[in-house]
Structures are given as structure tokens and as C-alpha cells.
Design a protein around this ligand. Structure first.
Ligand SMILES: [Zn+2]
Length: 470
């Protein structure tokens, strides 16, 4: 959904250059895979995989299946199943079953759907891939047909090379990650008996604006998204005859209390690691607060410093904030109704119902009703920082950029991973792509990604799969 959501958090703090040359010669073996990845990407962008009328996700999945089967996958090992107006795909790369820590499959997750794009708003047709000035342009060029095409090309390259993993590798592609996530839920339900999941639509690297790599994030946790609607009602009446109770006054009192309330400080393995990494390069008072908070989350002063900073407040616990209000129906009438939306980003491990209860207690007004709106989000615990995973990712990243810090991150967004984490599969966002923040056009106009990431992505995936599926 939004793989760059941690960018502001890390890029602000981690601003040193790793120094060493980051250019890498292209290995000749990768050439064929790279050409195939580009071909898959161009053809993939042409499928209008947008939710609703004319959704071509099933057609795209069918096309991908034909490519996988032509490249050596058995027909019965690639499943495409329709669900509503979309579809999911599962492709099994068979292993020997001799992996040393059991033979549960390694899952790779991505999505085939894209966010709507109106051709009239774009400089170019969003569903016609254009290669220009070293970039590929089109809807999905960044989120996430690029990662998907390079992964498919990598699996086919591994087939050509006769690679036999110790465990099965299962490529799982959802078809509605940007909307209802029903295919993700179906996939997580069907394939939850797995060793771990690599989400190629999460995490990833950052370049500074000069093109130097500055950090690589491994998304190991995400906050739960929740909206609560607070409502006060009142019989109302003529504004010339005010009552003692007023829905707008009641709502504003409630909002003041919520605004003043802070949820308890929280820390886990992932935020501890990412705060310590960020402290390496943050300005002194902030770096000091990060280290003191990690040493003692009850350090009130350190907590205040972090919570005063919008880039870090979300890393220290649950946050809830008023985002919308509507109230009243006429200038000369007492309001019969006042409603506010409270948007919460809930720390992993905290129940949504407990946050709702806390909000009601903070307001302390029994005349208020509070309802959780259905956002399609799912609560999930943080995934453990597995040493085998971190080692394999660090090795794959450092083969390209030897000094780049590889840092675990908790994101604020809702990716496919939350469904798998909730089903008990440790899940990690590990997209190979490094991007400048000025190139981040996912979900926006004129989406694009530099073609220079194609070859290195394939090399990275091969290293990662060799290490984690052996
Ligand atoms: Zn995405």
C-alpha cells in the first residue's frame, strides 16, 4: 500500500553517506532475467487492475500464470482464483523438502491491483508503459508491478539455472491490496502454515537527492489503523432559547479531553532497534532522547522530546487524533447532532477494543456514543527480528551497498503483511528498490521508477531466496 511510509521517520535522522562507491557492474547472467522483467513490467502496466467496473486483475493473473508455466512451473502448481471482481494467484516453486529447520514453505507476497488513475489527470496514459530518461512510467510502475515483475523474472531465472530450494517457495499475489484486502485474507487463511513471509511491497531503501544510498528498512511491524466515530445528540430547538446541554459543547469538551490525553509509552524489539539506529545520526537532543527512551521507556522527559516531534511520536505508542467534525443543521437552531472522527494508529499488541474503551473513559460522558468504523484493517503483533532473516537481508543489501545501515522499522500503514502476521506468519517488508523521496509517486500522478533498479533487484532476490529457502 505505501511502502515509503517509514521514509520520513528514518531519512530525517539517517543522513550520512556510506562513502564507498555504490556502482555495481551488471552480471552477465542477469541480462536475460532483466530483459524479461522489463517486458513483464511493460505488459503488466497495460492491464487496468483497478477495483470496480472493468477490473483486469483476473486477466493479469492469467497472463502471469502463462508466463510462469512457460518458464517451467507445472500447470497444477500455479493457481488463479477469482474473488468478486478480482483474483489471487499462488505459484509454488517446488523444493526438495530438505531444509534444515523443517520444510515449511517460504512465502513471497505482493499485489497485482493498482490505485485508480484518471488518464485525463496524467501527462501520459497511465496504462501505457513509457520508458524515458531512465525511468519507466505508468500506474503500478512503483506500487508494485516493478517489484512483482522482477520477482517473477527472478523465479524464472532460478528455474533456468536449475536452482532447487530446500523448502517450497510460494509466490502469493493478492488482487485488492489497495482496497478491501479480501484476496489477502483468503491467501492468509489458505497459506498460513509457513516458515516466514517476504513482502516485496514493504520496506526498501532510500537514496538521498544526490543518489547516495542512506538506509534500508526492513518492515517487521505495522500499527493497526482504526477510526472511531463519536456522537452527541440533543433535542435541539430555537437558538433564541439555549438549553443547559448542547451537542457542540459536549463534543468540544470530549475532543479537548482526547487532545490532552496521551496513551502510555510503548517499545518493542523493532522500535528499539530503529530508534537506536536513528540516534546514530539525529541531532544531539533528539539522539539523546532516543537513547534514554530505549534505556527506560518511563523516562518522561525523553518521551516528551520524542512526542513533540511528528516524525517520532508514532513510534512511542498508540496515537489517536481528531480528523473530522460535523455538527448542527442551521445557523439559528440548537444543534441536534455533533459528530467527530478520531483516527487511531494502534501499537502492535494493543487491542482495538481496549483503545475504544480508553477513549470512552477519557471523555467520561455517558451521553456520548462511540462506534468503531469498519476500515478493513486487522490488528497484528510485531514479527520477531529473526537473526536468519536480518542476516540474509543485510547480506543481499550490502552486496550492492557495502555500508548501508539495515534497520528494522514499524510502519503506520496497512500492508498485506498484517493479514499474515495476524495468521501467525512472521512477515517482513523487504522490497529491493532504493528510491529518492522526490521519486515517490506511488498512488499519485505520473508514477515512475528508475530502470537502474531492475538488475540489482534480481541479484538481491536471488541472494535472499538462496539463503532463506535453502
Ligand atoms: Zn502496494
Amino acid at each position: 500500500m505505501a511502502r515509503r511510509m517509514y521514509a520520513a521517520f528514518l531519512a530525517m535522522a539517517v543522513a550520512t553517506s556510506p562513502g564507498a562507491a555504490w556502482a555495481q557492474a551488471q552480471s552477465p547472467a542477469a541480462t536475460q532475467a532483466e530483459a524479461q522483467a522489463l517486458d513483464l513490467l511493460k505488459r503488466g502496466i497495460a492491464f487496468r487492475t483497478v477495483a470496480g467496473e472493468g477490473n483486469q486483475t483476473f486477466e493479469y493473473a492469467t497472463y502471469l500464470k502463462s508466463v510462469l508455466v512457460a518458464g517451467g512451473f507445472a500447470d497444477e502448481d500455479v493457481t488463479v482464483e477469482r474473488l468478486g471482481d478480482t483474483a489471487w494467484l499462488a505459484a509454488r516453486y517446488r523444493g526438495t523438502g530438505k531444509a534444515k529447520n523443517g520444510a515449511k514453505p517460504l512465502l513471497i507476497s505482493g499485489h497485482m491491483d493498482v490505485v485508480e488513475a484518471k488518464p485525463s489527470d496524467w501527462e501520459r496514459d497511465p496504462f501505457t508503459a513509457v520508458v524515458e530518461n531512465g525511468y519507466i512510467w505508468g500506474r503500478g510502475a512503483s506500487d508494485m508491478k516493478y517489484d512483482l515483475s522482477t520477482m517473477v523474472a527472478t523465479l524464472l531465472q532460478l528455474k533456468r539455472e536449475g536452482f532447487k530450494p530446500g523448502r517450497d517457495i510460494l509466490l502469493l499475489l493478492s488482487g485488492d491490496e489497495e482496497t478491501s484486502m479480501k484476496t489477502t485474507a483468503a491467501l492468509a487463511d489458505k497459506f498460513h502454515d509457513a516458515e516466514l513471509l517476504l513482502n516485496i511491497d514493504g520496506g526498501g531503501g532510500e537514496y538521498d537527492e544526490a543518489g547516495k544510498p542512506i538506509v534500508f528498512g526492513v518492515q517487521g511491524a505495522e500499527k493497526t489503523y482504526a477510526d472511531f466515530e463519536l456522537t452527541f445528540t440533543n433535542p435541539g430547538g430555537h437558538s433564541s432559547a439555549p438549553r443547559r446541554t448542547n451537542a457542540i459543547y459536549s463534543l468540544s469538551r470530549a475532543l479537548s479531553r482526547i487532545g490532552a490525553y496521551e496513551f502510555p509509552a510503548q517499545i518493542d524489539e523493532i522500535t528499539r532497534a530503529s530508534l537506536l539506529a536513528a540516534a546514530e545520526n539525529a541531532p544531539a537532543p533528539l539522539a539523546d532522547a532516543m537513547r534514554r527512551f530505549v534505556a527506560n521507556p518511563d523516562d518522561k522527559e525523553a518521551l516528551k522530546t520524542l512526542r513533540d516531534d511528528p516524525s517520532y511520536v508514532g513510534q512511542t505508542g498508540t496515537t489517536c487524533v481528531a480528523t473530522m467534525i460535523t455538527a448542527g443543521h442551521a445557523r439559528n437552531a440548537l444543534p441536534q447532532k455533533a459528530v467527530a472522527n478520531i483516527n487511531c494508529r494502534i501499537f502492535p499488541g494493543v487491542k482495538v477494543a481496549d483503545v475504544q474503551k480508553t477513549l470512552a473513559e477519557v471523555v467520561g460522558d455517558p451521553s456520548m456514543t462511540i462506534v468503531e468504523l469498519d476500515s478493513g484493517s486487522r490488528a497484528s503483533d510485531a514479527s520477531p527480528l529473526r537473526p536468519d532473516l536480518m542476516k540474509a537481508v543485510t547480506k543481499a543489501v550490502r552486496a550492492r551497498f557495502p555500508k548501508v545501515p539495515v534497520v528494522p522499522v514499524m510502519s503506520a500503514g496497512a500492508t498485506d503483511s498484517m493479514w499474515f502476521r495476524a495468521a501467525g506468519v512472521p512477515s517482513y517488508g523487504i522490497s529491493p528498490i532504493f528510491m529518492k523521496s522526490s521519486d515517490g509517486f506511488a498512488h499519485g500522478l505520473n508514477e515512475r521508477t528508475p530502470l537502474s533498479e531492475l538488475g540489482p533487484s534480481i541479484t538481491y532476490y536471488k541472494s535472499l531466496l538462496a539463503d532463506l529457502a535453502k
